[in-house]
Design a protein around this ligand. Sequence first.
Ligand code: PRX
Length: 662
Amino acid sequence: MPGDESWHHAVTGDAIEPPASFAEQANVTDPDLREQFAREWPDCWSRAADLLDWSDDYDAVLGGDGPPFRWFDGGTLNASYNCVDRHLDERKNQVALTWEGRLGEFRSYSYLDLYREVNEFAAALRELGVEEEDVVTLYMPVVPELPIAMLACARIGAPHSVVFAGFSADALAMRMDDADSEYLVTCDGYYRRGAPVHQKNKADNAAIALDDGIEATVVVDRLGVRDGGESSDAADDAPLAADEYDYDDLVTAHRGETVEPVPRDATDQLFLIYTSGTTGEPTGVRHTTGGYLAHAAWTSHAVLDIRPEDTHWCSADIGWITGHSYTVYGPLALGSTTMLYEGTPDHPEKDRVWELIERNAVDVFYTAPTAIRAFMKWGEEHPASHDLSSLRLLGTVGEPINPRAWKWYHEHIGNGECPVVDTWWQTETGGMMVTTLPGVDDMKPGSAGRPLPGIDAKVVDGDGEPVEPGETGYLVVTSPWPGMPLSMVEDDGWFAEQRPLYPDLSEYDWAYFTEDGATVDEDGYVTLLGRVDDVINVSGHRLGTMEIESAIVGVEGVAEAAVVGGDHELKGEAVYAYVITEDGYDGDEDLRERIIAGVEDAIGPIARPEEVVFTTELPKTRSGKIMRRLLEDIANGETLGNTSTLRNPEVVEDIQSKVSND
Ligand code: PRX
């Protein structure tokens, strides 16, 4: 219990050993694995590739001297075959996907069910004209049809681009345009806290905004309206146009059909996913078939300790990379049961997550610190009212976790008996990079751990030199890894262009700067300190400040805007927008509402500013650069340092007086 001295004492020591009961049965138990991987690099990564079935064996674990870095060079495989077909012999009747909807509905698919529907939908996509390499955009909440569509795309070698369902029509259109995607799979709508969200309307608006049209749109009947459901909204009832197809009709029309999985080169693209960076527009990160899948499967095995008989619940939305790697590809590649939940954690009650874990006897639970902080706030009585003894391992991802939240999770959810893995990685890395091996490594609350075996990550100073323990620096990766994206595989210069390299990495043959700040201790444990670029992390969702700024300056009456992340008790960070109005406009409630609506239209509700502060000027350096650090400090109500280097120091007090630091 927090506050209970004995418990507190037990876990506030620097390191917590993995419980013996866990270590005895863990997938990885070799304490020398890091050394072994280092000695045998890159061949060590054959262990990850061995978790997969290959159509053609690869000739080399890492082909050539790189770049390009050809992981599993010469090998061919199919991701859908690896996640579905190959499990049929041993576990065709085992549950592959189990799903709970927002209204409490329940569906589950055995591996045989999954095999059938993936094949049927793959046949349907083919009939609609989808060919190998065509990008299919998937724009749906967490419903079983989403992973099914992903696997159907993978089966025919068509890269999917999943767009988070909460993104706006504009955000969808931008991504479809950028990817030259002419096929869309969406749904009529879905329920959020009991109220329908009209997803198809957003998709229709996106279609209007597209440079090229859409060849075909498949609509999943989620609201149940065309099947005689409840909604009285005429928009839901609208008949489908000639280039629109009902998902169920398609699957029914192709009942019983099978589609040969297309063998793909290990370095062929499996999917792309958009993420925010320092530039205005989000960028599509393209992942490979062999390297990515091997990395996702290996980390699911070695870090999440997943085995076929497990039920694994990764609570991230499938619209983010976490859902791709650890709801869909990793757990299914290992033949386990993966759980999908469409709803929110506090609806209908604040014990929803614990009820789901109890009812589904979840073995491994993987979630974000923002959720853990909310659980903490809601109170320990909610988990305490459920039997959580099925849990064996807990994980977190997406943002730094403070030791207090870590300890609460460990004690109140894991009963002090489940290791907690704090996993650092990114959309770009495809899979986990820095964390603990749960059966081997000690855990240190608040610190992610050491780089995984085979991963060369270090914390360096501005000259690229590794920092001394306790000093802060930049987290960089200095050797390639299997889950690296295609841009790095090909080394087309994209990354160098996108990312101004802060540390001088010229002494390394090759290096990737993660844009995270970090420190490292004497044991090599890395503690992450957050982004050093203009990316903010709201509830574990990555947003570019420039992206939000360009949405705000698009609103009539706005002259200039600066967006920063301010600390937020639950969300980690929240969006603070400082706005200068155009002459003739007042910074009033009307403009504030239009700004919020503008951000929601351009991106989606997740980017909604927590505060809009109207000001006559923004604090700028003498060279005219906006002092973002200062705006962050103001958002956080911190005492400000010397402002005399500003061109306009007088504006600071004015802005400060307008921010409510509650
Ligand atoms: O700042 C780091 C933070 O999330 C960023 C990556 O965001 P995204 O690409 O959206 O992927 C999130 C899920 C993998 C990183 O640059 N981050 C991620 N995991 C952690 C973290 N920060 C601290 N600790 C973590 N475990």
